[in-house]
Design a protein around this ligand. Structure first.
Ligand code: NDP
Length: 468
């Protein structure tokens, strides 16, 4: 019996067609869903539109309580959801895997519950009364990818409903199972129609992004799809938050301690097997410590087990899908052919699953596809530099700008250099750390709009000024 791919108005619905979801660790079946069709998209948007009438009128306290109840449900069902996530996504239960993702989802939900957008007064005296109110926008469409499916859905959904909007969520066809179960559970905390989900194949996304009754789209995914989403939203002038791809640079200065930074560099690059928008994807290392940093990274990598996500000692799993697996394989092969030095890994592991070992690639250079394209997988190019201005120029010489990092024992200098990176967030002596109280977003082709905290919440409202 397939799982319902649609939840509308609180009710699970079965479509006529089905979609098989594969387990990337085995090549076998993780589950089957009965997919949503065009009629389901219409019904989901209509349901969200109808629910908006009442939900937008609820009090701040009521919405805060509902979001907190969602956090409790996530905590209560964390292990069940983590196991579904591991089966379809591949990430391990342990480490920065499925349990970590569920912990993050609950923490983000709880933090969002506590955020507020009070009425602001520009003037309030005998001469004038000018008040700035925040109003919800209406129906929000959330389109999520396969790398962090639950966490990213929470990042879209919770600020939307916290501010009085209603949502139609569309998960990636690679990883719909955990999202569908999560939405089913969250119905216990939300009135019918406030959170709907439509999972299906490729026709669903464009129907949602062009729908006249959708007021805003939150999209996380590739730059190319982001461009299509924006074009599709243009005729009805929808609000957009686009969190797209990156090709983050990390720059290690000559005064860094190779041994001390190896663990941070490794996880900055290989978190979720590199399938993370703000992972470190191009590592620039000063000539003076280049070989030492390579050696320390190889030594650290040897301590990390890649294996089936259900093995409690695995810290990395398979690549999530065949397209991504083929891309990583191609980029590493092309780098080797162009003269790069493969320090470890360097070829698929074999077997039924989509396993590719951690691969560190020395003597990489701009101009190689592994450096210029976003690999989104477990292969890190390491580029040698001797002049910091050249390294900064090369770091900035891509059309995307999500994150970046500087690694040094001279913190004031590192901060100054971090300011020169063209990205939304630049870290010092770490890479990729995000928090629910700190805005996160990209520049250039990495998108626009921010998520998280007060700044992120503002993206889900319009200002309404009362002036008397
Ligand atoms: P996509 O950007 O194609 O897909 C992300 C989501 O968008 C999916 O739910 C997809 O569903 C949906 N989508 C695709 N086309 C449209 C459309 N025209 N309108 C509305 N929604 C649409 O990512 P891929 O899975 O193809 O991955 C490709 C590359 O994207 C990766 O190699 C990586 O570089 C990058 N990526 C970046 C992520 C990030 O976190 N920033 C996350 C995932 C990938 P459907 O397939 O059903 O259309």
């Amino acid at each position: 019996m397939p799982m319902a791919g649609t939840i509308i108005d609180g009710m699970a619905m079965l479509g006529e067609r089905s979609l098989e979801v594969l387990n990337p660790a085995t090549g076998g079946l993780a589950g089957t869903i009965a997919v949503a069709d065009a009629a389901a998209v219409e019904a989901a948007v209509a349901s969200a539109k109808a629910a908006f009438l009442a939900w937008s009128q609820t009090t701040d306290a009521e919405r805060c309580a509902a979001v907190l109840a969602c956090a409790d449900l996530l905590d209560h069902h964390a292990e069940e959801l983590a196991r579904i996530l591991t089966a379809e996504q591949g990430k391990p239960l342990n480490g920065m895997g499925s349990r970590f993702e569920l912990g993050g989802a609950a923490a983000w939900t709880r933090h969002t519950a506590g955020l507020k957008l009070p009425v602001e007064f520009v003037q309030d005296d005998a001469d004038a009364h000018i008040a700035i109110h925040r109003k919800p926008l209406g129906v929000v469409a959330s389109i999520t990818p396969w790398n962090w499916p639950l966490m990213i859905a929470i990042w879209h959904v919770m600020p939307a409903i916290r501010t009085g909007n209603t949502v139609v969520l569309k998960p990636s066809p690679y990883t719909p199972l955990s999202t569908l179960r999560m939405v089913e559970l969250l119905q216990n905390a939300l009135p019918p129609g406030v959170l709907n989900v439509v999972a299906g194949s490729d026709e669903i996304g464009p129907l949602l992004t062009s729908h006249p009754d959708v007021a805003k789209i939150c999209f996380t995914g590739s730059c190319n799809t982001g461009r299509r989403v924006m074009a599709s939203a243009a005729p009805t002038l929808k609000r957009l938050t686009l969190e797209l791809g990156g090709n983050d640079a990390g720059i290690v200065l000559a005064d860094a301690d190779p041994k001390a930074i190896a663990e941070g560099l490794f996880w900055g690059a290989f978190v979720n097997n590199g399938q993370t928008c703000a992972a470190l994807k191009r590592l620039f290392v000063h000539d003076a410590i280049y070989e030492a940093v390579c050696d320390e990274l190889v030594a650290y990598a040897a301590t990390i087990k890649t294996g089936a996500g259900t093995d409690e000692d695995s810290l990395l799993g398979p690549i999530q899908n065949r397209m991504q697996f083929d891309k990583v394989t191609r980029l590493v092969d092309e780098a080797a052919a162009a003269g790069a030095r493969i320090l470890n890994g360097g070829a698929p592991s074999g077997g039924d699953g989509l396993f590719y070992p951690v691969t560190l690639v020395a003597n990489a250079m701009p101009g190689m596809s592994l450096v210029d394209e976003e690999q989104f997988g477990p292969a890190l190019p390491i580029i040698r530099y001797s002049d910091i201005d050249t390294a900064i120029d090369q770091a900035n010489a891509v059309d995307v700008g999500l994150g970046g990092s500087i690694w040094s024992s001279d913190i004031p200098r590192a901060r100054d250099l971090a300011m020169r990176l063209e990205c939304g967030t630049a870290w010092v002596n770490k890479h990729g750390g995000i928090r629910p109280d700190t805005p996160f977003g990209g520049v250039k082709a990495s998108g626009f709009g921010v998520e998280f905290g007060q700044h992120g919440l503002e993206e889900f409202v319009s200002l309404h000024v009362i002036h008397d």
